[in-house]
Every structure is written in C-alpha cells, then in structure tokens.
Design a protein around this ligand. Structure first.
Ligand SMILES: Cc1ncc(COP(=O)(O)O)c(C=O)c1O
Length: 500
C-alpha cells in the first residue's frame, strides 16, 4: 500500500536547496505570526515527484480512458484549447485591468456571447454564472425580478419540476425562494401532460425542464408544454446540461424557453470534475434582458469593447468580475474549431449513444424503448432479480475492465439505473470495447455472481464502504495521535466525527 506523504517525511529533507536569501526578515504583527512552523512533510524532490505521479496514475480521467458518465458530458478536451488559454495576454490579465488594456479579452467574451446566443436561439447572454447550478439560480432570480416588475411576485410562487430532474433543479428552486411542484413522467418518458395541466395556473412562476431529459429522451410534447406555461403567463427555464444532443439542430429559444443555462464545461469542453473549473452562462429572451447581472460585456458604437454597469433593473452581480475567463477562452476555441459544422458534433454524439443502446438493449432492461439522444438509461433490474447483481456491482466491475463507470441510480425514477453518455469524441472501437465489457459482466452475473459483489479486484482500492465514507468523512490528518513520527505523524487513521 502506498504510504502517505507524511509517512515518507524525514526531518530535514528538502525538495530543493536554494541559496539562503539575504533580505531582511519581514516583521509580521504578533497576532498574525505563527506560534510554531506549519507541520509539512519533509521529503526529497524525487520522492515527492514519484509519490504524486504514482497517485495520479491511479486516477481515471478522460485522458487515460473512456469516461461515459451520463449527464456529465465528459468529452475529450483538445490540447489546442489549453495552448490558447495559456497565451500570456489571456493568462496574465488582471481582473482589475482597465477596459482599454483588456480589449482582446472583452472582444473574446463578446464574441462568445454572440455564439452562445445563436446556439441557444435567445438574444441576450450573461457569462457570469460559474456553473450550471449557478446558472439555474441566476435564471430563477431573473424570474423573480421579472414578476416583481409586473407586480406579480406575491401571486407567482411555484416552479414546476419533473421527477427526472437533476438534484440541482429543486435545490435552485428553493434557494431562489420559490415553492417546488413536482410533475410525473409518462410511460413514454415524456412529462405527463395530464398531470401537468392540473398543476399550472395563476400561481405558477415557471417550469424547469431538461430537454433531452436525464432519460436521454427529447420531450415529444414540448410545443404543448410551451402553450400550457406561456398560456398561464408563466416562464420556461431550460436546463442546458444536455445541450450536447441538440447543438445546431434545435434551439431552446425556438422550443419556447425564456432562459437557458449552458454548461460550458460539458458541451463546449473543459477539463472538469471534482468541483471545477466550470462555466454556466445563461441566455435569455429580450423580456428578461434588463434584469441580467452586471456588468454586461458590450460593443460600443466606436467598435471598442467595454463593461456596462448602467442597468438599473439588474439583479446585481452573481460572481466576482465577469466570470471564469480561462473557461471562456477554451470554449471559444472549441466553438470556433467546430464553426458551422457544430451540428455534426451533436449528430455524432447521438449516433454513438444509439449505437451502444442497440448493442446493449437485449441484455440490459430498457425502461423506455425509444431512440435516445446523446445518452441513454438502461437498468440492471433483471440482473438483480435473477442473480442479485446490482447496478453498483456492474459499475464497480467495469473498473476491472479499465472503464470509468457510468452514472448510476439516476434518474431516480429508474430502479438500478445505468446512465451512459459516450459523447462525440470516442472511436467506434472504444464504444465496442465498452459494450463488450458490459455484456461480459452480464454473463459473469449469471456464472459467478460473487465475483461481482466484491469488484473491483484489479484496482489499487477495492470495494469501499460508500455509506461510511459519506457519513464519517475523515478530512483531516490526525498528527497528535501518532507519537512515533519524528516530525508529525506516521499513520493515517483519524477519528471519525461522532454522531453523524
Ligand atoms: C441535468 C443537469 N442539470 C444541472 C447540472 C448542474 O450543473 P453543474 O454541475 O455545472 O452545476 C447537472 C450537472 O451534472 C446536470 O447533469
């Protein structure tokens, strides 16, 4: 087992030996000064590099393998994006640089806004939100501002969210101060329109919908849904996490939506996962533009670019400065690379998903037997009933076949769900190898179910107790419990918090 970096520590070892500096020691106010030096691991440089390289080599990542995490759109990120994000003028730009000295960056943002407006089919864009979930919250804050300006904020309190929604949707509804109204899914995987009709009225502020949904299905009644909400004077929010399915093919604005967030880190490529970095710009219909966050990135009459703070009805800022700029550079590069072929990106993503679905649907249960969009949901329900093999067992065993598992147990309405999203960046051989692995696992479930219960077998970390990990997280190294260490600790254990 790999030792912790603290366990490799030996007093006095250093990663490099630089000449002693001869500058006077700065005087630190006593209330800010440390009482004792920080307890850092002391190791030589080769040990340090080997330690972290070894740890990194244990990780799954899109650069090392297929990562079919449904809804997360883990596509390969072209290296050219990184090269461009590292251009000194972009990389070293200070966020407080005056507008005259930041014309290139402002132009890039303005152009990105224009492309996103075109893709969304909605005229005005704010790049500020830093993630899809923050885009959701911002969009709902615009709903509030809009109804407040119309004197309807007391009346319109409810947001309708389908039972297939991502967890951030109901969370955003609550954070924005609205009340959540759930709506069911019908037997074809669409919103149940009859259920919906009884839930929309003068009290409704709007709908939040992911289309295609988290089942990977395009809602067949989207025009009727639009009539129901707009007919009741309510607004429509499009969760754009699944935009990878429809770019250049259909647009949220044309479907009738008033706001959409776009997960730049999914659809338009960014290395993401583990909490960042991300970008969740929103595009909105003209009636909502006055309420967008400030500053707006604009082009002035003389052709220069600037920041406009003069928006009296704005909801204010939702993030520092103008948003996550490095993310903008990568997405802009990615979008320009596809150019007017962007539609192909989505077409290939949808084709890849349907190819895999066709290979798997005889072996795994298919809850809604339709053509899918860029992702699909199958279920391990029969494997569970017949052999005791769960979706979790299948996912864990996939790691032995060197694949990152798909999303599991989501959406919540599908028992033993496996949600698979290949994206457009994978070769047919990779798709086949992944399907072969899933088919082989189904055979193993019949022949050797115990093998799957213990999986993974060939990874550095075996099956973890995920409930314990969630309920008793050990987030701090316990120095003082390990007196054997010369400098700090020699073992890993830390006491779990009590009573969680
Ligand atoms: C359907 C859906 N909506 C919203 C989100 C939230 O996006 P973000 O992770 O950028 O906050 C996700 C993220 O996984 C998602 O899959």
């Amino acid at each position: 087992m790999t030792k912790l970096i603290y366990e490799r520590s030996r007093p006095g070892r250093r990663a490099s030996s630089l000449p002693r500096y001869d500058l006077p020691t700065a005087s630190v106010p006593s209330e800010l000064a440390r009482k004792s030096p920080p307890r850092l691991p002391e190791v030589a440089e080769p040990e340090l590099v080997r330690h972290f390289t070894e740890l990194a080599s244990r990780n799954f990542g899109i650069d090392t393998g297929f990562y079919p995490l449904g809804s997360c759109t883990m596509k390969y990120n072209p290296r050219v994006n990184e090269r461009l994000a590292l251009i000194a003028g972009f990389r070293d730009l200070h966020p407080l640089q005056d507008e005259g000295g930041a014309q290139g960056a402002l132009e890039l943002m303005w152009r990105l806004q224009a492309i996103l407006a075109e893709v969304a089919g909605l005229p005005a864009v704010s790049l500020q939100p830093a993630a899809g979930s923050q885009g959701e919250l911002t969009g709902l804050m615009l709903f509030r501002a809009y109804f407040a300006a119309r004197g309807e904020s007391e009346q319109r309190r409810e947001i309708v969210v389908p039972d297939t929604a991502h967890g951030t949707n109901p969370a955003s509804v609550t954070m924005a101060g609205f009340q959540l109204v759930g709506v069911k899914t019908d037997p074809r995987g669409n919103i149940d329109v009859e259920d919906l009709r009884g839930k929309v009225g003068p009290q409704t502020a709007g709908l939040m919908l992911t289309n295609p949904s988290t089942l990977g299905l395009f809602d067949e009644n989207i025009e009727e849904i639009e009539r129901i909400f707009h007919g009741a004077g309510a607004l429509m929010y499009y969760d754009g996490a699944n935009l990878n399915a429809v770019c250049g093919i259909s647009r949220p604005g044309d479907m009738g939506f008033d706001v959409v967030h776009i997960n730049l880190h999914k659809t338009f490529s960014q290395p993401h996962g583990g909490g960042g970095p991300g970008g969740g710009p929103i595009a909105v219909r003209d009636i909502l533009e006055p309420f967008l966050p400030v500053p707006a990135v604009i082009r002035n009459d003389d052709g220069s670019f600037g920041l406009d703070f003069d928006r009296p009805q704005s909801i204010g800022k939702v993030r520092a400065f103008t948003g996550p700029f490095g993310v903008f550079v990568r997405s802009y590069a990615f979008l320009r690379m596809w150019g007017d072929r962007l539609r192909e990106m989505s077409e290939v993503a949808v084709l890849n998903a349907n190819y895999m679905l066709a290979r798997l649907k005889e072996t795994y249960d298919l809850p809604f037997d339709r053509l899918c969009m860029h992702e699909f949901v199958v279920s391990a329900q029969t494997l569970k009933r017949e052999h005791g093999t769960t979706a979790l067992d299948v996912a864990k065993r996939l790691m032995d076949y060197s694949f990152h598992p798909p999303t599991v147990y989501f959406p919540l309405i599908v028992p033993e769900a496996l949600m698979i999203e290949p994206t457009e960046t994978e070769a047919k051989e990779t798709l086949d190898a992944f399907c072969d692995a899933l088919l082989a696992i189904a055979r193993e479930a019949a022949d050797e179910p115990e093998l799957l219960k213990e999986a993974p077998h060939d990874r550095p970390v075996k099956r973890l107790d995920e409930v314990r990990a969630a309920k008793h997280p050990v987030v701090k190294y316990a120095f003082d419990e390990h007196p054997s260490a010369d400098v700090g600790p020699s073992a890993v254990a830390a006491e779990a918090p009590k009573g969680v």
